[in-house]
Design a protein around this ligand. Sequence first.
Ligand SMILES: Cc1cc2nc3c(=O)[nH]c(=O)nc-3n(C[C@H](O)[C@H](O)[C@H](O)COP(=O)(O)OP(=O)(O)OC[C@H]3O[C@@H](n4cnc5c(N)ncnc54)[C@H](O)[C@@H]3O)c2cc1C
Length: 286
Amino acid sequence: MKKFEYYRPESLKEAYGLMEKWKGKADYIAGGTDIIVRIKQGVVRPDALVSLRGIEELRARSLNGGLTLGSMTRFRDIERDPSISRDYPALKAAAGWLANPQVRNVATIGGNICNAAPSADSVPPLLVMAADAILEGPGGRRKIALEQFFKGPGETDMKAGEVLTAIRLPEMPDRSGSAFMKMGRVTQDLAVVNAAAFVAMEGDVCRKCRLAAGAVAPVPMRLRQAEKIVEGRKIDRDLLDRVAETVSQEVSPITDVRSTEAYRRIVSGVLVKRAIAAAVEAAAAS
Ligand SMILES: Cc1cc2nc3c(=O)[nH]c(=O)nc-3n(C[C@H](O)[C@H](O)[C@H](O)COP(=O)(O)OP(=O)(O)OC[C@H]3O[C@@H](n4cnc5c(N)ncnc54)[C@H](O)[C@@H]3O)c2cc1C
């Protein structure tokens, strides 16, 4: 493995300063479960790593008219937070399905997002719950819709030196629910397909629906054609079958080591259908 310098700044300013000093030859490291693997494989060869572990504000977590999660929040913390389980069940489920307890003890939500893998498990739940990303860097602080953050596999909207500081989720309305589904080759693997659904109900009728899937396109995607079928309608078996068919056409998966394009199309329809049914159940219980 290539040798690198290692820094552990205690403030964001110090962190950007180090990135400027290394002029594009340094990378941030959070939990290290992605970047260390890529360094070992020789896919990335930074001269320096700037750890975000010493920056206290990146660990903050607050539930106050919505949910703010510091980017250094570990999946183990998300999985164990009773307020997240109650109000943001899709995110809790995704955290519980990610890798294994050893990885979840160190892997962060910020790292999962910034890595920009099409299969990132936290992203479909965050997309359906209308998350914003808060970024801070030498150019100042900005907020963007998470959906605008991803530009391609491994590519994001982040500018040089910027840190993803937090994820902000709005308060979930009454009678709403969310759910996450994942299929992998084995339980502790990256997703062949993952999917999330959010519904806000008025009696039997769905007032608002947001759907998203991962590992079925270059970036995790919202499924807007399928959403239109659900909104304003009573959710029954026929409607869910139509949704599954639409999703299978709306996604644009590839064949790779984990699965074939054809299988991903079928599975994405099935998972979205199941996610909607589970989200409706969660809404009924809310
Ligand atoms: C055995 C194993 C199983 C796995 N299984 C899954 C799985 O089931 N599902 C899944 O989605 N992923 C899985 N992963 C991938 C990985 O664990 C997750 O993506 C994890 O969330 C990455 O977080 P991290 O804190 O370790 O990121 P790191 O490896 O520290 O960083 C990842 C990238 O993001 C950048 N970065 C990190 N934080 C920030 C920030 N705040 N601001 C700017 N840039 C930042 C880093 O520079 C780096 O490029 C697995 C990994 C392993 C090793």
